[in-house]
Design a protein around this ligand. Structure first.
Ligand SMILES: C[S@@+](CC[C@H](N)C(=O)[O-])C[C@H]1O[C@@H](n2cnc3c(N)ncnc32)[C@H](O)[C@@H]1O
Length: 1050
């Protein structure tokens, strides 16, 4: 220990004003959210490692995939740079390596290094530095947790005023307490120290380093890596630069800085959202505007004594083998499904990583591609702002509808809304009220689908629910009748395909797209009668991709077309390939497509040009013989405002960027997740769009953007667009009643009608339960409820004011996974009234006392009704093993397909319902995600589809007084066949009680304990193969899956 320190010295945190102290507290608060995200990454991505972050995060919260992926990358980058430092041979004359984490917060870098790279940590000292208050709290956690303390050996805790060394045992560990005047060192041990200083006080830092590194010669004896992960950016610029400059004076050192940048200035929508977020927290980023680019950061370090400086954006780091291999990059998608590529690129481009060394050869400053010389022209642009959340929709697709005698309308179809995937469209008009409504039937909610105008109709292709749920159904919207009709399915489900219309032929071309577990590598021609016809692919070969752009520029009528195909994602990296294609459909049965790889024109910088043209998630519009690209993201840098819209043309095997098309309209749009339409009068109209800006909020475009490209149409004011209304699409093919399921080769069997029986004794029922088959029970006495319950009676008995939480659905088909409904709290009287009026409401009663903990029981939750409902003698088994009895009231809404783990008797009291049931063995055909007890398939409308051909549907229609016995794990869904339905369903246990999971199970659908444990085991197994090549991993995992299947089938 060094000399005792004086209290109340200048810069001592104890001497701060209350305002300055409050500001420091807010800065310290930034650690709390960072640590929760890191815990989420630790649990999901590193399940086999000791969970060190857990000690600092009492309640695990699973973060969204985008945040997990971003933090994973952030942690990985630091991990690799520190690992490289630890693993390289020590420099001559140096006795010790030291890892100093500046603004460490609750980060657990030392423990991770000690477990991951233990053999390189001999003699290494880790020093965490942060404000004194935070460090003292961290010390408390470390000392209280054997899982942290156990790594550190004998610990010294300096305290007090005088130097006294005490030895004592704290929680079983011998601790040496060196009691000194309160200094900066709050904990010390051979391997690890904690220093509590304000980093603006470099003297105190310097002194503490001397203390923890044992004396005067620490500079000569040690070599250092300083890590500052999103920490010194909260300091005033002078302070942060001071730290960087000071660190370069300690001798042989490296500095690893990770912090935000503003590559396209403060005006970029991501930057605005990010800065707004930190403003709101009152933790402004102080250096970001001074060092907004990788170039400025490079200079910053060089000017402060660092001889070798290398800077990456996090987005560049994602693609750099220094930080992760190709296999790892692809493998991450198997750990957590992911399709937020635009948002990930925006995030990664706004963070930089600097690795600076005092020793080593100079690395030239990074090149910024947007500096490429290209002529610029201003595009006439107009924004028609919308109010509130109107028009907020991303990853939708738009179409123009023109009808005789009416101005044209733009309809932005389906996509992702503020909370969930939408089952609706936004209709934009030029002032007139739109009469647009859709008849029954249409595509279900989805995103990342495509719309292509075929003339009289518009073709909707594929799309997805979650990233692992691509869709193959395709639809035609008939402009004349405003109806959606299902057309030929794709041969494989895909989202983000490249799709284009082919002139006026009424056909469309699709190239690649993201499939379920791989990328679709084919090309398909859509023909309204013949369906999707596979094209023979010729010419240059290329890896299948998705999210690229396609355009057509030439046609010879209806047998030959040509165009471009650029960009997209291959193996979790954007490609910079640009290709041309020629399609020959002179033989419609055997269309042939020939691809040619294009090169940038000889006068261009090849790298820069290809990254400007090869994009992901852009839209592409043909304009004369140019292609105009709008937005999207690109592989190596952030597309700046001046590069967002640019035109290129193709000549022979070369392409050339012809002009930048700039616009200075305000507010500026974010061209990701947007939909673009070229209207009949040649304008480009952009609707929707925006992005989730990492953990810092979502940016939504605030209106409709209209663009007139130079040389198109007449100059003058552009038409104004207003958001007229939002129209629902009623999903499904209503014209196909479920009873018509054919008994042909495609269908395994027709729908089985569930047997009806009259129970005499309780024994009869016990036999039925043992048989495990569903049965409709007729003629039971359920009490007076069957005669007396109607909505008015219920409201009177329960009380109009009694609050209940109900599902409020926008469409008939509720989807639990897509959450296309809201939970609203309403009075019972209102509920009854709204259902009477046809409201799409569904009450599934919850426990009044503890709705999130206890299952609902009619007697407790609705005592005034309980006497009306009786479980008859024959159902004694249910009474004896009762788990819950749930009141259900509904209007015209379908309960989604799901299973319950408890057995139950569904007692219809008023109205009627049709239920479709599938035996548990059908689960593999009905799209239940692992661990989910609900599926998004609307079986009522898709029983016809070939995907359900392997299933075994059972059907029952229940009227008042009838009871359905539903065995556990039978998959089921219900639709009302009257305008309202009243039911009580009673869940009961029929397995050994220790088979059920312990803990809360409000709905009776918590999976069995053995399944929950099994899933964790599977995660572990999958992880143990993670480092192997993809083919080897797949081989063994499939073998294991096969073994499990054999065990399952006995
Ligand atoms: C966003 S947190 C990051 C923590 C950690 N580096 C990580 O990435 O998980 C920022 C940290 O920097 C620390 N910090 C900011 N300014 C500081 C200063 N002047 N002195 C000491 N610590 C500071 C804060 O207390 C906080 O713990």
């Amino acid at each position: 220990m060094g000399k005792p320190k004086k209290l109340k010295t200048p810069g001592d945190p104890n001497a701060k004003s209350p305002a300055a102290k409050a500001q420091d507290d807010q800065v310290m608060g930034t650690n709390s959210s960072s640590i929760v995200s890191k815990r989420s990454v630790e649990k999901i991505y590193h399940p086999t490692e000791p969970p060190f972050f857990r000690y600092f995060v009492s309640k695990y919260q699973r973060r969204a995939p985008l945040i997990n992926r971003g933090y994973w990358l952030r942690l990985r980058v630091i991990d690799v740079l520190v690992r490289n430092f630890l693993q390289r041979p020590p420099r001559e004359g140096k006795k010790r390596k030291v890892v100093v984490n500046l603004g460490a917060g609750s980060d657990v870098l030392p423990w991770q290094c000690l477990t991951r790279y233990g053999e390189y940590c001999d003699g290494v000292k880790f020093v965490d530095v942060d404000f004194p208050d935070l460090m003292e709290r961290k010390r408390g956690v470390v000392m209280g947790e054997e899982g942290l303390r156990g790594y550190l050996g004998v610990i010294k805790i300096p305290e007090g005023e005088r130097v006294v060394v005490l030895r004592e045992v704290v929680k079983g560990v011998e601790v040496e307490r060196e009691v000194v005047k309160r200094g900066s060192v709050v904990l010390d041990s051979d391997r690890y120290a904690q220093v509590g200083v304000d980093l603006r006080d470099l003297k105190a830092l310097e002194q503490a380093m001397g203390e923890v590194l044992g004396g005067e010669k620490w500079r000569e004896e040690c070599e250092f890596v300083f890590v500052a992960e999103v920490s010194i950016t909260y300091m005033e610029r002078e302070g942060a630069d001071g730290v960087i400059g000071w660190a370069s004076t300690v001798g042989d050192a490296e500095f690893v800085l990770l912090e935000q940048i503003l590559p396209d200035g403060v005006g970029h929508p991501f930057a605005r959202t990010m800065l707004g977020h930190f403003d709101k927290l009152n933790t402004q980023l102080k250096s970001v505007e001074v060092y907004p680019t990788v170039g400025e950061q490079h200079k910053r370090f060089e000017e402060r004594g660092w001889g070798q400086v290398k800077v990456w954006t996090l987005w560049e780091a994602w693609g750099d083998e220094t930080f992760l291999s190709g296999e790892e990059r692809v493998g991450l998608d198997e750990i957590e499904e992911f399709d937020e590529w635009e948002e990930f690129a925006l995030f990664g481009s706004h963070y930089c990583v600097v690795r600076a060394r005092t020793v080593g050869e100079r690395v030239p400053a990074p090149v910024v591609h947007s500096a490429v010389e290209i002529p610029a022209e201003v595009v006439q642009t107009q924004v028609d702002e919308t109010t509130g959340t109107r028009g907020q929709r991303r990853f939708a697709a738009a179409m123009e509808i023109s009808r005789e005698g009416k101005q044209s309308e733009i309809v932005n179809v389906l996509g992702l809304g503020t909370r969930n995937r939408l089952q609706s469209c936004d209709v934009f008009t030029q002032g007139e009220a739109s009469g647009l409504t859709f008849g029954e039937g249409g595509p279900s909610s989805r995103m990342c689908h495509s719309l292509v105008d075929l003339g009289e109709s518009v073709l909707l292709v594929g799309g997805r629910g979650s990233p692992s749920n691509p869709l193959k159904d395709c639809w035609l919207y008939e402009k004349r009748t405003n109806t959606w009709s299902r057309t030929h399915d794709l041969p494989v489900p895909v989202y983000r395909p490249a799709v284009t219309t082919l002139g006026t032929s009424g056909m469309a071309l699709l190239v690649n797209g993201r499939g379920k577990s791989s990328t679709f590598d084919g090309c398909l021609l859509f023909h309204a009668e013949k369906g999707w016809i596979e094209c023979d692919s010729r010419g240059d070969t290329f890896a299948a991709r998705y999210g690229g752009v396609i355009g057509v520029n030439n046609s010879n009528g209806i047998t030959g077309f040509s165009g471009i195909y650029a960009g997209g994602l291959v193996d979790a990296l954007f490609t910079k390939e640009v290709m041309s294609w020629e399609l020959d459909i002179s033989d419609i049965k055997k269309p042939a497509i020939t691809f040619t790889r294009l090169q940038p024109s000889a006068d261009a910088n090849p790298d820069a040009s290809s990254w400007l043209v090869a994009r992901f998630g852009a839209t592409c519009v043909q304009h004369g013989n140019e292609f105009v690209l709008l937005g999207g993201v690109t592989g190596d840098h952030l597309l700046g405002h001046n590069d967002e819209i640019l035109a290129f043309s193709v000549a022979g095997t070369e392409y050339k960027i012809t002009r930048r098309l700039t616009s200075d309209v305000s507010p500026r749009a974010l061209y990701t997740g947007h939909s673009a339409v070229v209207t009949a009068d040649g304008r480009i109209v952009i609707t929707g769009g925006g992005a989730t800006c990492f953990s810092m909020g979502t940016f939504w475009n605030k209106g409709v953007y209209s663009l007139r490209l130079p040389g198109t149409g007449t100059a003058g004011a552009l038409p104004h667009w207003t958001h007229d209304k939002t129209v629902d699409i009623i999903p499904g093919e209503r014209s196909l009643p479920i009873q018509t399921r054919p008994h042909n080769g495609n269908s395994s069997i027709g729908i089985k009608t569930i047997e009806r029986v009259q129970l005499k004794t309780a024994d009869d029922f016990a036999k039925i339960v043992r048989s495990g088959r569903p049965v409709v029970l007729e003629g039971l006495d359920l009490g007076s409820c069957v005669a007396s319950w109607n909505l008015k009676y219920l409201a009177e008995k329960v009380g109009s004011e009694r609050k209940v939480v109900v599902h409020e659905a926008a469409t008939q088909v509720m989807d639990f996974n897509a959450k296309n409904f809201r939970y609203v709290t309403t009075g019972f009287g209102d509920l009854a009234q709204k259902i009477e009026q046809g409201g799409r409401l569904y009450l599934r009663a919850l426990s009044q006392e503890k709705p999130t903990e206890k299952p609902s029981v009619l007697e407790d939750d609705f005592p005034s009704l309980a006497g009306d409902f009786v479980l008859p003698e024959q159902l004694a088994l249910v009474r004896e093993n009762l788990f819950s009895s749930v009141l259900r009231l509904s209007g015209p809404v379908n309960m989604w397909l799901h299973y319950d783990v408890m057995a139950n008797v569904y007692c219809q009291i008023g109205g009627s319902k049709r239920l479709l049931l599938f035996p548990p063995s059908d689960v593999e055909h009905l799209s239940f995600a692992p661990g989910a007890s609900s599926s998004s398939i609307d079986v009522f409308s898709s029983l016809e589809s070939p995907e359900l051909a392997q299933t075994h549907p059972h059907e029952a229609v229940l009227g008042p007084g009838e009871v359905l016995f539903l065995p556990p794990l039978w998959l089921h869904t219900a639709t009302p066949t009257s305008d309202k339905s009243i039911a009580v369903n009673v869940f009961f246990r029929d397995l050994e009680s220790n088979s059920y999971a312990t803990g809360k199970d409000v709905y009776g659908n918590r999976d069995l304990a053995a399944y929950e444990k099994g899933r964790q085991d599977i995660g572990r197994i999958a992880n143990s193969f993670q480092k192997l090549p993809a083919e080897v991993r797949e081989f063994y995992l499939l073998r294991l899956a096969d073994e499990l299947r054999r065990k399952a089938r006995g």
